[in-house]
Design a protein around this ligand. Structure first.
Ligand SMILES: Cc1ncc(COP(=O)(O)O)c(C=O)c1O
Length: 405
């Protein structure tokens, strides 16, 4: 069945189904190593779709921006948790990737991704022993520290394992999450790291999470400049005391084109730009109300399973979209339709004069509210170009250990 709807854009009804069952899709992907002949219409819903044209354009745009501003890129892989995406970011010029957890770091290291920076503190034996093992496998993996006790813990573990751990001082620049609170504390910590013979100080990590989603470009710029001025001050003071601060890393998708003009920042740890989401689109760009520097490339595909009056129900609810935002998903290439959560597996659509007919069995795509946690709900990403499925990428390597795709 093909979309023949008035005013139809490319996405509402999806190409021709080849009639493959889930198991047949799995076999084709696994045994033929490819998704040849598999179309979007063959996929069971709900599932995650990645529009490859948009995704590749996003990667290209951020890489070109960094290159033309002579700043490094270490994109945050917490957004996608996917080694294949990290590989593409590195191929496009990134010096490595950031990760938020030791498990993400292990997945990336196993896939051969170098230049890892774990942006959350590794505290306690279970994590520290995994960190030490990882550093043996990937010696350029960096950890962040914000506490002298943790410095001592890392030093002890590194010494026992006869490895050296590269570390950054984590500085709180206003997010009030982790990080030393003041430049003076940062300096004290740097002294302690300097005196730890198995730790190598590489610089400072200063993530201004509170600036990333400030609405309005000027307000966001002021917020980020204020936050990062503390990081620049810390960098100067550490340098004056003879510490190595070759790295000053921070920034986000919301502030990439603000932070890249800050002298002294050496790299950006942008994450969401690869996928984008409803949340980011709302913050406003340099020239408009919608922040559209990067295109929404990731959607959830779902099916209309009930239709009556001005109501349609889709098979995607709390388990298909995260609910950490006050708003839900937004339809891609469809207007006059509002999504409301209606249960674990259900979303209720209110049709308010949609720009096209919505019928039972239609397959709709939704831009996700907040990309990072949403990705984590799934095991795989179906990569599509037009209607064709071109690949299936595993999230946290989970898909490869499951019985079938
Ligand atoms: C430490 C850190 N750095 C960078 C990022 C990337 O931010 P964004 O996805 O807004 O680009 C995040 C996101 O939460 C983060 O926690």
């Amino acid at each position: 069945m093909k979309a023949v709807l008035t005013g139809a854009g490319p996405v509402l009804l999806l190409g021709k189904s080849n009639g493959y069952s889930d198991a047949e899709v799995a076999t084709r992907i696994r045994e033929k190593g490819m998704t040849e002949g598999v179309s979007k219409a063959d996929l069971s819903t709900p599932c995650l779709l990645l529009d490859l044209d948009r995704f590749e354009a996003n990667i290209r745009k951020m890489s070109e921006h960094a290159r033309s501003h002579s700043i490094g890129l270490r994109p945050h892989a917490k957004t996608h948790k996917c080694a294949e995406i990290a590989r593409r970011q590195v191929e496009a010029g990134a010096r490595g990737v950031c990760v938020a957890t030791i498990a993400e770091a292990e997945v990336m290291a196993r896939a051969g991704i170098k230049g890892l920076l774990i942006t959350s503190e590794m505290v306690g034996k279970p994590k520290v022993s995994r960190l030490v093992k990882l550093v043996r496998l990937s010696p350029d993996t960096m950890a962040v520290v914000d506490n002298p006790e943790n410095v001592a813990e890392l030093q002890q573990a590194a010494e026992a394992a006869r490895v050296r751990i590269p570390v950054l001082v984590d500085l709180d620049v206003g997010s009030n999450r982790t990080g030393v609170a003041s430049v003076a504390q940062g300096l004290q910590l740097a002294e302690k790291i300097g005196a730890s013979k198995n730790l190598d100080l590489r610089g400072i990590c200063a993530y201004a999470g509170h600036s990333s989603h400030v609405v309005g470009f000027e307000a966001r710029k002021n917020s980020s400049f204020e936050a990062m001025s503390k990081a620049i001050e810390a960098r100067e003071q550490l340098k004056q005391r003879g510490h190595n601060v070759e790295i000053l890393t921070g920034g986000s998708t919301g502030t990439y084109n603000i932070d890249s003009s800050i002298k002294g920042m050496s790299e950006l740890q942008v994450g969401s730009y690869v996928f984008m989401d409803v949340d980011y689109r709302k913050i406003g760009g340099q020239s408009g109300e919608i922040y559209d520097d990067f295109a929404p490339s990731l959607t959830v595909l779902c099916t209309v399973i009930h239709r009556s009056g001005n109501k349609a129900v889709v098979d995607a609810g709390f388990k298909a979209f995260t609910t950490d935002r006050k708003f839900g998903p937004e339809p891609k290439d469809l207007t006059g339709v509002k999504y409301g959560f209606a249960g674990d597996e259900h979303g209720a659509l209110t049709l308010e004069g949609p720009n096209r007919e919505v019928r039972l069995g239609d397959r709709l795509e939704w831009i996700i509210p907040h990309c990072d946690p949403n990705v984590n709900l799934y095991d795989r990403i179906y990569c599509v170009r037009g209607d064709k499925v071109e690949g299936v990428w595993s999230i946290m390597d989970r898909a490869s250990t499951l019985p079938y795709f």
